[in-house]
Design a protein around this ligand. Structure first.
Ligand code: 5GP
Length: 121
């Protein structure tokens, strides 16, 4: 997989507001927040999409959710609630091809996450 923006953030080649780091994962604020709280939790391993997760990645992908839940607790929004979502490929809205878990909080989330296109004919 080619280097993405997120590999550069892991390697400190471009700056980010880093909230958490350990051996396997990094969490940082999204540059274009879609909620009062919006950060990304990524594996250090450069997995491109959900489709590219392999058997050997099960633990690290599960770990992303544990990091999200820990930060939710530490940042005080665990009880009130939040959305944790991964987008996959163009129809999923993915723009950066390094797996990432979006964590959105601080206001009630809407559902469903899409709108039907209105037919005008
Ligand atoms: P996707 O659309 O792939 O699910 O999400 C990519 C996310 O990465 C977007 O929410 C976008 O705002 C965020 N993003 C893109 N470039 C950067 C960057 O350079 N720094 C940070 N912190 N976030 C970024």
């Amino acid at each position: 997989m080619s280097d993405t923006l997120f590999s550069k953030i892991i390697n400190r080649e471009i700056p980010a507001d880093i909230l958490y780091e350990d051996e396997d994962a990094l969490a940082f604020a999204d540059i274009n927040p879609q909620a009062p709280v919006h950060f990304l939790v990524i594996p250090k391993k450069p997995i491109a999409t959900i489709n590219d997760i392999e058997e050997e990645d099960k633990a690290v992908v599960g770990h992303l959710y544990l990091v999200a839940a820990k930060l939710a607790k530490d940042m005080g929004f665990a009880e009130e609630g939040y959305r944790a979502v991964m987008n996959c490929n163009p129809y999923g809205g993915q723009t950066v091809y390094h797996l990432h878990l979006h964590v959105l909080a601080g206001k009630p989330m809407g559902w469903p996450p899409y709108q039907e296109t209105l037919k005008t004919e």
